[in-house]
Design a protein around this ligand. Structure first.
Ligand code: F7E
Length: 314
């Protein structure tokens, strides 16, 4: 049986990926934010372990993984401006520690990093794997370092180590702070009778929003490839926050401009206005293509929020 070690199992991507791996017959070991976690996971790691190479080495030795998916991160871009040190320690140093532990205890394991479009400059776009790196946040900077640590593990150690350069990918399992969840939840609540408006930051920011379950399939394929390659995972389609609002509110039978206000206090300190990916290489190398596009993502997320509102009443 193949053994996978997944960090960040309680997050959106981690939870979808664990489901996929279990369905494909893997023995899955998870690194969780805080123990204990229910379920059959044979070895559980705590995210604090990312700070301790020796402890990580022992845990990696106990799991002896064939594949490692490193998804654990401080992934909130806005929060990274408030907590740059924590963000750097978790995302950049934590990745370096995990790679060192793998060198110590699992030299043959394949490694995938959840890298991010946030390391790119916001223009020119669409951004492909060779786009200029110019992060617009402490989060983007920390991930750029983790990304380079991953490519160096490949170049200097010969490890099968790859970076999935993830553009925004959403689902009802997203944290409540990301813009898509905030919009979907507000549309469903207002449809159900709430009257408070939704206050948002930059409405003109452009993002390439896909559907998260499709992205974890691509991550898995990246570790099954014959040769390691860093790949942009994206839909290739850009929309503004305003367009996402329009689709979500229209799905709830509402006109978004009646309910959404711009609050300049929510603008990011450094604008990162335009992230649109070019997924051509993912298509040609692993045969992956995003199917669900941003405006459909908006509708699916409103449906999920509606259901969540109705659940307690049933
Ligand atoms: C690829 C990347 O994707 C995500 O990072 P993000 O793109 O920053 O995602 P977000 O949903 O926080 O912001 C999207 C855009 O929407 C604008 N925006 C306007 N008004 C609000 C607002 O009220 N809240 C938020 N959060 N954003 C707002 C905001 O300024 C930005 O331009 C993470 O998964 C990250 O981990 C990651 O790797």
């Amino acid at each position: 049986m193949r053994r996978a070690l997944v960090t960040g199992v309680t997050g959106q991507d981690g939870s979808y990926l664990c489901e996929l791996l279990v369905a494909r017959g893997y023995e899955v070991h998870g690194l969780v934010r805080r123990p204990p976690v229910a379920g059959p996971t044979p070895v559980q790691l705590h995210v604090g372990d990312l700070g301790d190479v020796q402890g990580l080495t022992r845990l990696v030795a106990a799991v002896d993984p064939h594949e490692v998916y490193h998804l654990a991160a401080q992934s909130d871009v806005g929060r990274s401006f408030e907590q740059p040190e924590l963000t750097q320690a978790t995302n950049a140093t934590g990745t370096a520690h995990l790679l060192e532990a793998l060198d110590n205890a699992a030299p043959g394991a394949r490694f995938l990093l959840a890298s991010t479009a946030a390391m790119f400059a916001s223009s020119p776009h669409p951004q492909d794997e060779d786009a200029p790196v110019d992060p617009r946040s402490p989060y983007g900077a920390s991930k750029a370092a983790a990304h380079r640590a991953t490519t160096l593990a490949r170049e200097s150690r010969g490890r099968f180590a790859v970076a999935a350069i993830l553009f925004n990918h959403e689902s009802p399992r997203r944290a409540g702070t990301v813009v898509t969840r905030r919009i979907a939840r507000a549309a469903a609540r207002i449809e159900a009778g709430a009257t408070d408006p939704l206050e948002l930051g930059r409405l003109g920011s452009v993002r390439d929003w896909g559907w998260a379950p499709e992205y974890v399939e691509a991550m898995w394929r990246m570790l099954q490839a014959d040769t390691p390659a860093d790949l942009v995972l994206a839909t290739g389609e850009g929309h503004t926050v305003a367009e996402f609002c329009a689709a979500a509110f229209a799905h709830a039978g509402l006109e978004w401009t009646d309910h959404v206000l711009h609050d300049a206090a929510l603008d990011r300190p450094v604008p990162d206005d335009s992230l649109i990916g070019d997924p051509a290489r993912a298509r040609s190398t692993i045969g992956w293509q995003a199917r669900t596009r941003a405006l459909e993502v908006a509708r699916l997320m409103v449906d999920a929020e509606r259901e969540a509102l109705e659940r307690p009443r049933r």
